[in-house]
Write a protein that binds this ligand. Structure first.
Ligand code: FE2
Ligand code: FE2
Length: 218
């Protein structure tokens, strides 16, 4: 079973769409197909670049695609509820138990409240998810009513996550347009996430670096 087959699965698409509708109602930024596809591809990129085996790279993409499905139940503890939903889906699709286990663990550990990078796959998922900061995740069209999440996402046209050639550093580059969000805003909501990213990078034998407007902050 491949990442592409998971993407083509109607049942899964329905749940992702419904989960995102709940977040839209709650005023959260976009968590739909654009977000989960970016996370899937970044998680795959991290493990592939570091030379992990092909199947684990595929599992990282599947975990990325399914990681926010728990928002279908509730935003609170969505990583754990998502892990259980993913378990049922993957079990029904006859994934081998070892693969189900790897994906469920990664999804259940992706959120900064309770998540810990307990495996390379969990670490890759954390880095991929926490680095998806983009202007087009903001749904609110009225700048005068932007909350801090809107401001931070709107201020970044597109984040870039890259591993260096020596495979020693993973760098998150954020071009922040300070007309819309301040670097302070960014730190207020991202501090915990960046600490989790640092731990995730360490799990993969990498050093995490954060660059905002060409300045190294971490
Ligand atoms: Fe999440
Ligand atoms: Fe996410």
């Amino acid at each position: 079973m491949t990442y592409q087959e998971i993407r083509d699965n109607e049942e899964i698409s329905t749940y992702i769409r419904q989960a995102d509708m709940s977040l839209s109602a709650l005023g959260f930024t976009e968590h739909s197909f654009a977000h989960v596809t970016i996370v899937a591809e970044k998680a795959g990129y991290i493990l592939q670049t570091l030379g992990y085996d092909k199947r684990l790279v595929e599992l990282a993409k599947i975990a990325g695609y399914l990681h926010d499905i728990g928002n279908l139940v509730n935003r609170e503890e969505h990583s754990q509820s998502g892990a259980i939903i993913a378990f049922r889906i993957l079990d029904h699709l006859n994934f081998p138990p070892e693969e189900v286990g790897l994906i469920v663990t990664a999804i259940g550990n992706h959120d900064e409240g309770t998540g810990v990078p307990v495996s390379p796959l969990a670490a890759a998922l954390i880095l991929a998810d926490k680095s998806d900061v983009r202007r087009n995740r903001v749904r609110n069209q009225d700048k005068s009513t932007f909350d801090i999440h809107d401001r931070v996402n709107y201020s970044v046209k597109k984040a870039e996550l890259k591993i260096n050639e020596a495979h020693t550093i993973i760098k998150l580059k954020l071009p922040v347009d300070t007309r819309y969000g301040s670097v302070m805003d960014y730190f207020e909501i991202f501090m915990q996430r960046m600490i989790l990213c640092r731990k995730a990078a360490e799990k993969l034998g990498l050093q995490f670096k954060l660059m905002i407007n060409e300045q190294q902050l971490i």
